[in-house]
Design a protein around this ligand. Structure first.
Ligand SMILES: C[S@@+](CC[C@H](N)C(=O)[O-])C[C@H]1O[C@@H](n2cnc3c(N)ncnc32)[C@H](O)[C@@H]1O
Length: 374
C-alpha cells in the first residue's frame, strides 16, 4: 500500500468550521504571497538594481549583490513582512485548534496506550540533544521542536508539526497533498524492482509522516524512526497507532545512532538536510553509512532548492528562509555540495547518485542523494 496523500486519523486536531475557514484563508494568503515572489524581480530590475549600480558601478550579479540591492527596497520589505506575518498567523490559527482539541486528543492517546498496531516509542529525560536542536524555533513553530522536553507525555510539538505542516505546505487540505515517502518509494521500486528491505530507518522522522509510509509500503519490514525531539516522537507514535501502522520511534541524535553497524537495509531521511548544520550533516551521513548493510541503500530527500541551475535571484529568494523564517541552516544546505558530504562519510564516487525525483502532484522535483553501500 502506498500512502500518497496527507492522511487523516483520530489524533489529528480537528478544526471547527470557522477555524478551518480561517486557516484556509491564511493558506490562500500565503499562496498569493508566493505568487508575488516574482514581483521582487521587477523591483530588482527597475529600482533596486539601478540604485545599486549607481553606488557600485556594476549590476547586482551575485546573491550577495542582490541582497545588498534589495534589503532596503520598499516592495521587498513589504512582501517580506507580509510573508513572515502570514507564517506567524498560520501558527496562531492551527494553535487555536490544537489547544481546543487537546482534551479529546489526550483521550485518544490514552486509548492508544496499548499500541494496537504493535509499535513502540522510547524517549528519555536523560537524553542530551545536540546544541543545534535549540538553535531556533524552526520556521516559527511555537515552542520549537523541543517543546515538551520536560514532560513524559506531552505530544503538542508533534500536533503543531503535522497541523502546521498541512497548512504550511500550501496544500489544499487534508487528503489532497502529495507525500514525499510515496515519491521516494516509487523511485526505489523503479530503480531496484527486487529490493525488499527488511529493516528500515527514517532519520529525523519528526511526526512520522514519512515513516509510516514505509510501514505501509513494506509491511514485512521492521521500521524505525529517530528524532531528537520527544514531543514529535510521542505524537509520531500515537499517529502511527491511530492509523494502524506499526513503527518504532526512538529519541536519538541521527549523528550518534544507538544501532549496530550494518543493521538496516534502507536508511532514509526526508526534508532533514536543510534543518541541520553542515557539521551535523557530516556526522549524520557517516552514521547512515555505518548502520546500512553492505548492499543496502541510503536515500536523503529534500526540498527543491538544489539539483538544478538556479539563478542568483532564485537563490536570493531561497535565502529568505534563513534571513526571515527561523531556518538557521537553510543557507548551509543550499550552499553545500551534498555528494561530497557522502564521499566524506565513506561512500565511493560510484556508489553515490545525485538526482531529482518528480513530485507526484506537480512539475517540481525533490532533491535526492542516494548512496548504495557495496
Ligand atoms: C523538517 S523536520 C523532518 C521532517 C520529517 N522527516 C517528515 O518527513 O515529516 C526536521 C527534523 O529534524 C530533526 N533533527 C534535527 N537535528 C537532528 C539530529 N541531529 N538527529 C535527529 N533528528 C534531528 C528535528 O527535530 C526535526 O524533527
Amino acid at each position: 500500500m502506498i500512502i500518497d496523500r496527507t492522511a487523516t486519523h483520530e489524533m489529528l486536531a480537528r478544526p471547527t468550521h470557522d477555524e478551518a475557514a480561517r486557516t484556509q484563508y491564511i493558506v490562500q494568503l500565503k499562496n498569493h504571497l508566493r505568487r508575488f515572489e516574482n514581483a521582487n524581480r521587477v523591483a530588482l530590475e527597475n529600482r533596486a538594481g539601478p540604485a545599486f549600480k549607481v553606488i557600485t558601478g556594476h549590476e547586482p550579479q551575485t546573491v550577495e549583490d542582490i541582497t545588498a540591492a534589495m534589503v532596503d527596497d520598499p516592495f521587498y520589505q513589504i512582501w517580506s513582512a507580509f510573508s513572515r506575518s502570514a507564517q506567524d498567523v498560520m501558527w496562531t490559527s492551527v494553535g487555536t485548534t490544537i489547544h481546543r482539541e487537546l482534551p479529546r486528543m489526550t483521550e485518544v492517546a490514552a486509548r492508544l496506550a496499548n499500541a494496537p498496531a504493535g509499535g513502540t516509542c522510547e524517549t528519555s529525560p536523560d537524553f542530551k540533544a545536540p546544541a543545534d536542536a535549540y538553535a531556533a524555533h524552526i520556521h516559527g513553530q511555537p515552542g520549537g521542536y523541543m517543546l515538551g522536553e520536560e514532560s513524559a507525555t506531552d505530544f503538542v510539538a508533534g500536533a503543531f508539526y503535522e497541523s502546521g505542516g498541512n497548512a504550511y505546505s500550501l496544500g489544499t487540505g487534508i487528503g489532497m497533498r502529495d507525500s514525499k515517502s510515496a515519491a521516494i518509494i516509487e523511485f526505489l521500486k523503479a530503480r531496484y524492482p527486487d529490493f525488499k528491505p527488511r529493516r528500515i530507518l527514517d532519520l529525523a522522522c519528526s511526526s512520522g509522516g514519512a515513516t509510516v509510509g514505509y510501514s505501509a509500503a513494506f509491511p514485512e519490514a521492521e521500521v524505525y524512526g529517530v528524532d531528537v525531539a520527544p514531543g514529535l516522537l510521542r505524537y509520531a507514535h500515537l499517529r502511527a497507532e491511530a492509523m494502524g501502522l506499526k513503527a518504532h520511534f526512538r529519541q536519538m541524535d541521527a549523528g550518534a545512532l544507538d544501532f549496530e553497524d550494518d543493521s538496516f537495509d534502507l536508511v532514509i531521511s526526508h526534508n532533514m538536510m536543510h534543518e541541520v548544520s553542515r557539521e551535523a550533516l557530516g556526522r549524520i551521513f557517516s552514521e547512515a553509512r555505518r548502520v546500512v548493510k553492505p548492499g543496502g541503500i541510503v536515500v536523503h530527500q529534500d526540498v527543491p532548492v538544489k539539483g538544478a541551475d538556479f539563478t542568483p535571484f532564485e537563490k536570493f529568494i531561497f535565502s529568505w528562509q534563513t534571513k526571515n523564517n527561523d531556518e538557521p541552516f537553510w543557507d548551509d544546505f543550499t550552499e553545500a555540495h551534498v555528494p561530497s558530504v557522502m564521499l566524506e562519510a565513506g561512500f565511493s564516487q560510484d556508489e553515490v547518485l545525485e538526482t531529482t525525483v518528480k513530485m507526484r502532484d506537480g512539475p517540481r522535483a525533490w532533491y535526492v542523494v542516494l548512496g548504495q553501500k557495496t
